[in-house]
Ligand binder design. Structure first.
Ligand code: ADP
Length: 251
């Protein structure tokens, strides 16, 4: 991030981006719910070239016990990039970046869940990035929300996520890895459409107040598109003809 000079043409004179998209177009998004037999709920997302699995376990007993809350259930999230998810081997130990992303995803999901119905328990969400290509936290958050719904955790709304950013002085939807590296700003947003509430917003880069507002509006438009794909994944899972995995007792 930060406008590094590269030979890549991020936006040509016809408004076409380096991967052939228009400025208001997301990458291809596909989600499948109920893909893991040993999880209580699960989802697999392909968001452009991001490939991410999410598995949900719980509500279940909290260990260690002192972490439990007598008034409500708690949520634990782990975002992890596999060593082969990026071109250079990534150390499998959790990095500062993964710890930060796990924290912001947990905070983005919490308002959507009725954890108060399950005091003294924990819901664990594991997100495993198999392939990363920019925007992986939005993809992981969107998959996690579908996996939570698949697990039957009572929810106020699903959280859908998409980034917007600034590339070649233009606000664009769904920043890819190349645009993230060479562009001017990247703003991941998590959103609950039915409640019209933003639960995640981060900004890497510099925007004017007007650009900031346009970026939020653009990202929310993208979130709404992801929301449709999330709903379709759940409809296919529960009303489609596919096989039913999940509701296992795995860890
Ligand atoms: P996000 O994936 O949510 O956009 P970042 O902006 O931190 O998060 O990362 C952008 C992209 O940079 C990632 O999607 C991934 O493709 C790449 N990346 C992140 N960490 C590493 C790493 N350790 N090694 C190589 N590439 C990485």
């Amino acid at each position: 991030m930060g406008g590094r000079d590269t030979d890549v043409v991020l936006l040509d004179e016809n408004g076409v981006r380096c991967d052939g998209r228009r400025i208001d177009q997301t990458r291809r998004v596909e989600i499948r719910a109920g893909v893991l037999r040993n999880a209580h709920g699960s989802a697999y997302i392909e968001f452009g070239d991001n490939k991410i699995l999410a598995g949900v376990f719980g509500p279940r007993d909290v260990h260690p016990k002192h972490m439990s809350d007598t008034d409500t259930g708690i949520l634990r999230c782990r975002y992890h990039m596999s060593p082969f998810s990026v071109t250079e081997r990534k150390n499998p130990a959790p990095s500062r970046r993964e710890i930060e992303i796990s924290k912001v995803i947990k905070e983005a999901l919490e308002p959507s869940l009725m954890l108060e119905k399950f005091p003294r328990t924990v819901v664990d969400v594991f997100m495993e990035v198999l392939q990363a290509d920019g925007g992986s936290r939005c993809a992981a958050l969107s998959a996690a929300s579908v996996a939570l719904a698949d697990a039957g955790i009572p929810m106020r709304d699903m959280v859908c996520a998409c980034a917007a950013g600034k590339v070649a002085d233009t606000i664009v939807l769904d920043v890819n890895n190349e645009e993230d590296q060479a562009g001017q700003a990247d703003m991941p947003v998590g959103y609950m459409p039915n409640m019209d509430r933003i639960t995640l917003i981060q900004l890497d880069g510099v925007l004017t107040p007007d650009e900031y507002k346009r970026c939020v509006r653009t990202a929310v438009d993208g979130c709404r598109q992801v929301y449709e794909v999330q709903k379709k994944a759940l409809a296919d899972r529960f009303f489609g003809g596919g096989g039913k995995e999940g509701s296992g007792d795995g860890a």
